[in-house]
Write a protein that binds this ligand. Sequence first.
Ligand SMILES: *[C@@H]1O[C@H](CO)[C@@H](O)[C@H](O)[C@H]1NC(C)=O
Ligand SMILES: *[C@@H]1O[C@H](CO)[C@@H](O)[C@H](O)[C@H]1NC(C)=O
Ligand SMILES: *[C@@H]1O[C@H](CO)[C@@H](O)[C@H](O)[C@H]1NC(C)=O
Ligand SMILES: *[C@@H]1O[C@H](CO)[C@@H](O)[C@H](O)[C@H]1NC(C)=O
Ligand SMILES: *[C@@H]1O[C@H](CO)[C@@H](O)[C@H](O)[C@H]1NC(C)=O
Ligand SMILES: *[C@@H]1O[C@H](CO)[C@@H](O)[C@H](O)[C@H]1NC(C)=O
Ligand SMILES: *[C@@H]1O[C@H](CO)[C@@H](O)[C@H](O)[C@H]1NC(C)=O
Ligand SMILES: *[C@@H]1O[C@H](CO)[C@@H](O)[C@H](O)[C@H]1NC(C)=O
Ligand SMILES: *[C@@H]1O[C@H](CO)[C@@H](O)[C@H](O)[C@H]1NC(C)=O
Length: 803
Amino acid sequence: MLLPYTTFFFLVLTTCRSSDTIAVHQNISDGQTIVSENAKFELGFFSPGNSKNRYLGIWFKNTPSQTVAWVANRETPLIDTSGAIKLDNQGNLSLVNGSGIVIWSSNSSASGTNTNLIAQLLDSGNLVIKTGYKSNNESLIWQSFDYPGDTYLTGMKLGKNFITGRETFLTSWKSEDDPSPGEYTLRFLMVKGKYQQFYIRRSSAIETRIGPYNGISFSGRPLITPDAINPVYVSYIVVNQNEMYFTALSSNDTTTVSSRTVVTPGGKLEIFQQKFANQDWIKSITLPVDYCDNYRVCGPYGSCNAATTPYCGCLKGFERNTSDDTSVCRQSIALDCGPGEGFEKLSSMKLPDTENAVFSGNMSLQDCEVACKNNCSCTAYANPNITPGGIGCLLWFGGLTDVRVYSQNGQDLYVRLAASELKFQRKKRAVMVVTLSISAVLTLLGLVLALYIRRKWKKRSDAESSSQMGSADVTLFSLSNISRATNDFAVDNKLGEGGFGPVYKGVLEGQEIAVKRLSKSSQQGLDEFKNEVICIAKLQHRNLVKLLGYCIQGNEKMLIYEYMPNKSLDSLLFDESRKLFLDWPQRFQIIHGIARGLLYLHQDSRLKVVHRDLKAGNILLDHQMCPKISDFGLARMFKEDENEANTKRVVGTLGYISPEYAVNGIYSVKSDIFSFGVLVLEIVSGKKNREFVHEDNEDNLLGHAWRLYKEGRCLDLIDECLCPSYSACEVLRSVHVGLLCVQQRVEDRPNTPTMVAMLGGEGSLPSPKKPAFFFQETEVNSTSIHPLPSSVNGVTLSQVDGR
Ligand SMILES: *[C@@H]1O[C@H](CO)[C@@H](O)[C@H](O)[C@H]1NC(C)=O
Ligand SMILES: *[C@@H]1O[C@H](CO)[C@@H](O)[C@H](O)[C@H]1NC(C)=O
Ligand SMILES: *[C@@H]1O[C@H](CO)[C@@H](O)[C@H](O)[C@H]1NC(C)=O
Ligand SMILES: *[C@@H]1O[C@H](CO)[C@@H](O)[C@H](O)[C@H]1NC(C)=O
Ligand SMILES: *[C@@H]1O[C@H](CO)[C@@H](O)[C@H](O)[C@H]1NC(C)=O
Ligand SMILES: *[C@@H]1O[C@H](CO)[C@@H](O)[C@H](O)[C@H]1NC(C)=O
Ligand SMILES: *[C@@H]1O[C@H](CO)[C@@H](O)[C@H](O)[C@H]1NC(C)=O
Ligand SMILES: *[C@@H]1O[C@H](CO)[C@@H](O)[C@H](O)[C@H]1NC(C)=O
Ligand SMILES: *[C@@H]1O[C@H](CO)[C@@H](O)[C@H](O)[C@H]1NC(C)=O
C-alpha cells in the first residue's frame, strides 16, 4: 500500500493504540479494547450502572457517557477483571474467566479452509467473524447483529428465517445495572402471510402495537419528532420464501452522526439521535406515546382518540350498551351480507391489528373493495401502502381491534356497514349540508340582530352579559377514585411540584388526567373552595388548561385537569436537546396561543382574571403543541393570610414580575402583560431571563434584547437552533412586541387587545423605550425579595416585601 509520508506517524500511533480485529489465538483481556476503523464503536469489558460485574460489550465510542449497544455474556457475568476473549482456529470466539472456564462463546465454526480468519469490529457496531480477511473472498461465519440485545443499530435485521426457524428480536435489560434479558421484547408479527407490524410485549402479553408498515415507516409515530424533518432511518421490509425481516439504513441525513433504538427495562421503545460527535443523545421518539397506544385499549370495534374525552369510542356503525360501561362495541345494525351493504371511509386512522387480516400485494383499492364485498365475513379493507402510487390490499376478517384516530398522518380504513346504516350516514350528511346552509343564513340574520341589540345594550355591565359563558362541567371526584387513578399518588406518577403542591398523572375512566394536590395548610373553607372551583371551571378557552373536576375530602383538596402530554413549555424551551423540537412556526404559534388565552382571561371571560404568575413553567402543551395557560385562578383561591411557604401570597416568579408589582405590590392586567413580554423574549431566544447574563456587559435578557433592538440586530436574539427555519418578519415583530410589553411604565405597555392585534401584524408599532431591567439578580436578592427554601429555579415565589 502506498501511503503519503505525512500520515505515517499518525498510522503508527493508531496501530499502537488499538486495532479493529482479533486474530486467532490473540487474547484480549479486561482493560484492553478494540476500536472500529473510524472509531465509531469500541469493544471491551465494562460494568453497567452501579454493578460491579464485568461484561464483554460493544459501546459507542464518541458519546459523553458510555452507551452500550451490545453485550455478549448477558446472563453470565464475570465477577472480577480476570476475564479474556480469544478466537480459536475454527472461528469460535470465547470468553473465559480467570480460572480458564468458558462462560460465553459464539459457538461458530468455519467450514472448510479458514485462511485469514479474524474477528473484526465494524463501524456499524457489528462484530463479525470471517475468513479470507483482506482477500476478495471474504466469508462471514458469525455476526453479533444476528444476536441483538436491547438495541437496534442501522443495518440489523429483525425478523425470522423460515428455514432455520430462528427469530431475531430485541429484549430489554432487566435493569440499568443488569443486562440479562428482561420482561420486554420488540418483535415482528412473524407469521408467514401476515402483514408486517411490530409488537412490544411484556412476557407474552402485547403492550403496544407499532404499525402496520405503511411502505415508508410504521404508523403510530408521535407528532413531534425531529425525524419527521430529518428521518434517521429509511426502513425496508423484505419478505420472501426463506425469510421475512425489517431492516433500516441510515438516511442520507448528514445532520445525524449516530442513532439507536432501545427497548428500555421499563418497556418503552426509544429512538435516539446524536447530532454531533461527543454530544448527548437526543431522544426523538418514545413509544407508547399516550393512553391510546395501550394495546386493544378500547376493545373490539372500539376506536381510541387521544384528543377527545373520554378516549374510547366505537367505530362508525358500532355502539356500546349505554347502560353498561364495560360492554364492548357492537354493530348498531347487524350485517346480513345483503346487496345494499357497503363501506364507510374512516380517515386518519391507525389501521387495525393485522393479525386478523389477509394481505395481497398487487390489488388496487377498487379490487380490494370488490374482494371484501364478495366475502361475507370480511369486515373492513384498506390500502396500507402510503407511498405515491403504492398499492396493496388488507382484508380483515372478524374483529377490528387496536384502532385509534390520529390527529395527523393516519390512514384510510373502509368499514363494512349495513345498508340501512349507510343510508342513515348518507342522510345525515345530506341533512348536515342543508343545516349548514340554513344556519349560514340564520347566522347572518343573527349577526344583524345581534349588532342591533348590542348597540342598544352596550351600556349594560359585564356581569350581566353572561350569555356567552358555557355551562361548567365540573365533577366532584371521590378521594378513593383519584387515589386509584394515580396509583395511590405513586412517586412514579408525579409530574412535578408547582407552587401549590405536587402534580400527579393518572388515568380515570380511560382518560389521562393531571391531579394537583393542593397543600393541606390552606385555610380556605370548603364551600369557598368549591365556589371558586366552579367559577374557574367556567373559564373555558382553547388556550387555557381545562379543569375537569375537583376533590375535597378531609384535609385533602385536589384539582383535576386534563393531562398535557408535552408537559410545560420550560421543559422544552430551556433544554438543550429538547428545544430542537420547537421550530419557529411552532414557537410563533405558541406566542399567539398564550396571547389569546391571556385576552380571554383579561377581557373576554366574565371573571377578568389577572394571572399573576405567567411563566414558561405555567404554559402546558397538548399533543398538538397547542399552548394552554395553567394555574390561572389559583392565585385567587389562596388568600393573603395563608402562610405556608408554598402557598401563601402567590405573587409571581423571579424574572417575570413587573417592577410596580415587585416594589409596590400593585398589580393589574399590565403586570401580566409584562410577564408575557418576558415570555416572548424567552421563546424567541430560548434563554431564561432569570439566568441570562451577557458575558460582555452584564445585561439581562431584556437589556440584551433592547441593546440589539437599538443596534438594529434583533435577529441576533434568536435561538441558534432555529436557523434557518424562521421568518425574519415574524421574529422582528415578536421581539418588538415583547419589548413594548416589558416597559418600565405601566402606561407604555400595550393593553391586552392591542398586544394581540400587534402580534397579528396589525398597524405600525410604537418604538419601545428602555425596558425595566433594574431587575437584576443582585438587587433582587439583597433587598426586595427574600428567596424562600422553595424558591428554586422557576418555582413560584411566595413572598414579596414592600407592600
Ligand atoms: C493470553 O495470551 C498470552 C500470550 O500472548 C498468554 O500468556 C496468556 O496465558 C493468555 N491468556 C489467556 C487467558 O488465554
Ligand atoms: C470461573 O467460573 C467457574 C464456573 O462458573 C467458577 O467456579 C470459578 O470460580 C470462576 N473463576 C473466576 C476467577 O471467576
Ligand atoms: C465453541 O467453544 C465452546 C466453548 O469451548 C464449545 O462449547 C463449543 O462447542 C464450540 N463450538 C464449536 C462450533 O466449535
Ligand atoms: C453449539 O452449536 C451446536 C451446533 O451448531 C449445537 O449443537 C450446540 O448445542 C451449541 N452449543 C452451545 C453451547 O450453544
Ligand atoms: C472463494 O471461496 C470459495 C468457498 O468459500 C471457494 O470455493 C473459492 O475457490 C474461493 N475463491 C478464491 C478466488 O479464493
Ligand atoms: C443516499 O443518496 C444516494 C445518492 O443520492 C442514493 O443512491 C441512496 O439511495 C441514498 N440512500 C438512502 C438510504 O436514501
Ligand atoms: C344493556 O346492559 C344492561 C345492563 O347490563 C342490560 O340489562 C340490557 O339488557 C343491555 N341491553 C342490551 C340491548 O344488550
Ligand atoms: C399479482 O401479480 C402476479 C405477478 O405479478 C400476477 O400473476 C397476478 O395476476 C396479479 N394479481 C392480481 C390480482 O393482479
Ligand atoms: C372468505 O375469506 C376467508 C378468509 O380468507 C375464507 O376462509 C373464506 O373461505 C372466504 N369465504 C368466501 C365465501 O369466499
